[in-house]
Ligand binder design. Structure first.
Ligand SMILES: NC(=O)c1ccc[n+]([C@@H]2O[C@H](COP(=O)([O-])OP(=O)(O)OC[C@H]3O[C@@H](n4cnc5c(N)ncnc54)[C@H](O)[C@@H]3O)[C@@H](O)[C@H]2O)c1
Length: 364
């Protein structure tokens, strides 16, 4: 399945994400909630805003800070202004958020996921021309169940020295993520979906997940369905990633495998991501951290957030603007003249951004 050249008519990197209950977006200027985040977040967010402006993308930003606050009853929550903005706009773009160790509150990323029931994490991993990695033909998408599994947060001490952690798998969440994966494959002209599991060991939990995937597959005869053990996927992935297309899996496997796949195309600095939720909500985000070591120094690479924003544009049906920005970004990387340090260059974030802006304007 290497190459998949025909797919380039859809997108070189990422196609439209269609949620099973998508929001209908109107024409004209649309408002998006922007959570710039911490550390390098504000710098890379500002880069994205500049590029969007240069591309005349019909988006206006509603900036919101997200810090953990304690609500009634002592429950941690995101600030009401951020929640209201997301509830209204349905679409968000988010930079990295720091999770201070021993801060007493849960990870903000986790809180956002819970607040908006962001059940599907989608990461397209496609080789970037001109950015050398050991692989040249990666073109796959990982779809991770985001709400339960090993990350249910149910842990307890049974007796001193014995701790139990519950892996929670439900029929409903398994069916929902399987349906999302098949819908995604169909909407993005992807040929196959592989369910990744360990049902040979976790017969009941992964067994249920796999059963739901098989059942859902029955309704999508146009998409090829395969199932594979997680360990076999890891082995085959590093040997020849071009054999994979869409992969769907429970939470922990998805966490690990999606980072592994990001590594195949050059790391978290160039990998976009989208989190799809119930009721048409979606938050697109860079998956790298706040990079405190380079924050405020104009050294950050905005590519991951920019490509996440491109994914967002496609989700909103703004394919022309998405293509323009994506092409400009890849052209800048391919030409290698203006690259940030992590991409092997010496340029500042502002110079990299300016180069993309110029290319976008030159396309008019
Ligand atoms: N999605 C998220 O919001 C998210 C993800 C991971 C970590 N974090 C948080 O970020 C903080 C720092 O985490 P960390 O140091 O483990 O990981 P990190 O991703 O912030 O940094 C790891 C290394 O990668 C570099 N790097 C990361 N993004 C870069 C970019 N866009 N351009 C250039 N270089 C980049 C950093 O400079 C650093 O050397 C922690 O508080 C952590 O909780 C947030």
């Amino acid at each position: 399945m290497a190459g998949n050249a025909w797919r380039s008519t859809v997108s070189r990197v990422m196609g439209a994400i269609k949620s099973p209950q998508p929001k209908t977006f109107s024409r004209g200027i649309q408002t998006v909630t922007l959570i710039p985040g911490d550390g390098i977040g504000p710098e890379i967010s500002s880069a994205v805003m500049k590029i969007f402006e240069a591309a005349k993308a019909p988006i206006q930003w509603e900036e919101r800070n997200v810090t953990a606050i304690k609500g009634p009853g002592g429950r941690w929550m995101i600030p009401p202004e951020a929640k209201e903005s997301m509830d209204k706009n349905k679409i968000g773009l988010k930079g990295p958020l720091k999770t201070p160790i021993a801060a007493g509150h849960p990870s903000m990323n986790l809180l956002l996921r819970k607040t908006f029931d962001l059940y599907a994490n989608v990461r397209p991993c496609v080789s970037i021309e001109g950015y050398k990695t050991p692989y040249t033909d990666v073109d796959l998408v990982t779809i991770r169940e985001n709400t339960e599994g090993e990350y249910s947060g149910i842990e307890h001490v049974i007796v001193d020295g014995v701790v139990q952690s519950i892996k929670l798998i439900t029929e409903e969440a398994s069916r929902r993520i399987a349906e999302y994966a098949f819908e995604y494959a169909r909407n993005n002209q992807r040929a196959s979906v592989t369910a990744v599991h360990k049902a040979n060991i976790m017969r009941m939990s992964d067994g249920l997940f796999l059963r739901k995937c098989r059942e859902v597959a029955e309704n999508y005869k146009d998409v090829k369905f395969t199932e594979m053990y997680l360990d076999t996927v890891c082995l085959n992935m590093v040997q020849d990633p071009s054999q994979f297309d869409v992969l769907v899996m429970p939470n922990l496997y998805g966490d690990i495998l999606s980072d592994l796949c990001a590594g195949l195309i050059g790391g978290l600095g160039v990998t976009p991501s989208g989190n799809i939720g119930a009721n048409g909500v979606a938050i697109f985000e860079s998956v790298h951290g706040t990079a405190p070591d380079i924050a405020g120094k104009d050294l950050a690479n905005p590519t991951a957030l920019l490509l996440s924003a491109v994914m967002m544009l496609r989700h909103m049906g703004l394919h022309g603007h998405a293509k323009k920005i994506e092409t400009a970004c890849f052209d800048t990387i391919r030409e290698k003249k203006v690259l940030t340090k992590d991409l092997g260059g010496n340029s500042k974030c502002s110079e990299f951004t300016a180069d993309i802006c110029q290319r976008v304007q030159d396309m008019d």
